[in-house]
Design a protein around this ligand. Structure first.
Ligand SMILES: [Zn+2]
Length: 81
């Protein structure tokens, strides 16, 4: 019987057969450093979206999980294109 050791990235849960690859994967994930913007739908208590700033200078916009029916309405409401 052979035994196998797995190394799992703490951020994305990808599995690797060697520690160096798992560590490289962990170090490849930028760390969030703050919320740059909040997006509210009119009269909503909580934001429906937010822009997260990462340590590498990039930012990403995330939206709350909603039904596909009203997702487009929320996106159109909070983002003025
Ligand atoms: Zn990873």
């Amino acid at each position: 019987m052979k035994e196998q050791t797995l190394y799992i990235c703490e951020y994305c849960n990808e599995r690797y057969g060697d520690k160096a690859s798992a560590l490289t994967c962990e170090l490849s994930h930028p760390i969030p450093i703050g919320i740059a913007e909040l997006y509210f739908k009119p009269r909503s208590k909580y934001p429906k979206g937010l822009k997260v700033q990462f340590a590498d200078g990039q930012s990403e916009i995330y939206f709350a999980v909603v039904s596909s029916k009203n997702l487009r309405d929320i996106i159109n409401t909070v983002i003025k294109v």
